[in-house]
Design a protein around this ligand. Structure first.
Ligand SMILES: O=P(O)(O)OC[C@H]1O[C@H](OP(=O)(O)OP(=O)(O)O)[C@H](O)[C@@H]1O
Ligand code: HPA
Ligand SMILES: [Mg+2]
Length: 164
């Protein structure tokens, strides 16, 4: 059992639109020295942000928490393990991740870089207080499905699902 009862699939188009909206908000709060992507989920948003904001200095914090690549296994969070950090306190840098859920990852990176500006595309209520700028809020019981985790497959008509 996981605490997630709703599925929220996100298309490439929607992700791109939201990342551009985030870029607008962050541009207004600049200037910025660079972007630090929290891997792996922050990598695609970071690519869109640095293109839109003309930022050329890009670094990563490499962190592992949710295990497994698919299904329920991916919805369980284990111990946080930092594979790679960055020097300094983060002043003038944007820290970007795809989402904040429980806030555990956010808390960890904020402890590492207390002066960085933490931004995400999506935020759930438990992690929201740890984010400086985000675009879209979803409920705590929603699991967001990013486009890089999905492929096109047959969809059973609603009436057939209802009959079962
Ligand atoms: O707020 P939290 O409950 O800590 O969850 C949010 C984190 O979980 C996901 O990463 P994940 O650990 O699944 O790794 P990935 O980015 O490599 O897919 C997501 O990209 C965030 O980094
Ligand atoms: O809702 C989510 N979707 C994808 N990855 C995640 N990691 C934590 N929460 C989520
Ligand atoms: Mg992540």
């Amino acid at each position: 059992m996981t605490p997630y009862s709703k599925d929220f699939p996100v298309s490439w188009e929607e992700l791109h639109r939201n990342a551009r909206a985030l870029s607008w908000r962050l541009l207004e709060q600049g200037p910025w020295k660079g972007i630090i992507a929290i891997t792996r989920g922050g990598l695609v948003p970071a690519a869109i942000l640095c293109r839109e904001m003309d930022i050329r200095l890009i670094d990563t914090i490499c962190i592992v928490s949710y295990s497994g690549d698919a299904g329920e296994a991916a919805m369980k969070q284990g111990e946080l393990s930092v594979l790679k950090g960055v020097e300094g306190d983060g002043e003038g840098f944007i820290l970007i991740d795809d989402l904040v859920d429980t806030g555990r990852t956010a808390q960890k990176v904020r402890d590492m870089l207390p002066k960085a500006h933490f931004a995400t595309i999506y935020a759930k209520p438990a992690g929201k207080p740890l984010v400086d700028t985000f675009v879209t809020e979803v409920s705590q019981d929603t699991w967001i499905r990013f486009p890089w985790d999905m492929e096109y497959t047959f969809s059973t008509p609603l009436a057939d699902r209802h009959a079962k």
